[in-house]
Design a protein around this ligand. Sequence first.
Ligand SMILES: [Zn+2]
Length: 437
Amino acid sequence: MHETHSCGPAYRDDADRPYATGLAQLRTGRRVLIAGAAASAAGVAFSASAASAAGTSAAASPKRAYVLVTDGCRPGEISSTLTPNLFALRAGGLHLPKATSLPVMETIPNHVMMMTGQRPDRTGVPANTIYDRSLGAVRTMDQPDDIAVPTIIERLRARGYRTGTVLSKEYLYGVFGERAGQRWEPSPTLPITEHAPDIFTVQAAIAMLQDYDPHLMFVNLGDIDRFGHADLTGTTLQVARRLALADTDLQVGRFLDAVRSAGHWENAMVIVLADHSMDWSLPLDFISLQSGFDADDLLAGNVTIADNGGADLCYWTGQAAKRRDAVARMERIARATDGVLSTHRPASLRLGPNAGDLVVYCEPGRRFSDPSNTSNPIPGNHGHPATEPIPFFIGGGHPRVPTAVKRSTLTHTYDVAPTVASFFGLSTRPYEGRAHL
Ligand SMILES: [Zn+2]
């Protein structure tokens, strides 16, 4: 839902949408649909690229790694009563309570960090929404070539391991593209637009497990986030959020049962984490920077903002010679704006050039609405430091997974790739993050 403010204007036309691109590739034969028994029974479809890695000894490995992202889940929301399956998995495995999302605390950059093990100045993906200077437009980072470095998916696949992605959001489906050996294709079978409900996503994950049995499966569960963007100041919607948490937990339970039924539990590592948490603002507690910039004689008409909910990415589009002065003015104006927490040069947050010239965070309980007061009406947002804490724990029956251990090591989303690499015996040297097994 929050994507309405960031995805809306991002496509030049519908043909550019990732689902539409995938469908066109299926029609022209560039992608091939695979019909497994479980997939057919569940009414889901997978695709594979023509060139899959040849079978090697890796293909016979009994190890299984499952990465489940409970999108937008706050660590405090996991409890024995509301989310018993997640609670039990956490209690029985390695609990990493000092875990955080990394800037910008949005969905796409953190999923990319999980799979690349690197920060955005290397991955090329600093936020959900950027101003694309070559395109001259604000757009969603949902194109496969937006990721500039290899993912753990490709590394494993090149070594002959089977890899699968089951991603519930259109832009994640788009940005990870054809990297995995097997991919869930939501559009041919489900009447969905931007998100698939968890019940369908997990149905697809279970079918993939039964038909293709990937060594690494990467799954995004979008329901908690989707309901999180609703207004939690009303009782009805607090109930909706709790229902989403309970249902996601039920779906995770179904998936773990399928792992056990397939006989993989003793060889499995299950990483559960969120990409960011969630913060809520009252309807009128938004901040808009564009009008302040436009009231300045130097900045007027020469600053474009990519709104990322709790973070505004500001781009100077005027003469290069005036950039230094312009950014200093942007900083001054932003800092003087009520509700702004802090301003940062993108390099200091390791965001790289795609993040523009200035990153502005809001205070807890606030959100950005740019370029206009009506651009972002959604109360639930993330992207700012208030949404850093995330759940992160590792369960499963593989002997390398510690039993009932709580470790206060600092942990981040980009630790997923090195942890998976280490599990499969690959070098962790390419990664900035650390392996936790
Ligand atoms: Zn997310």
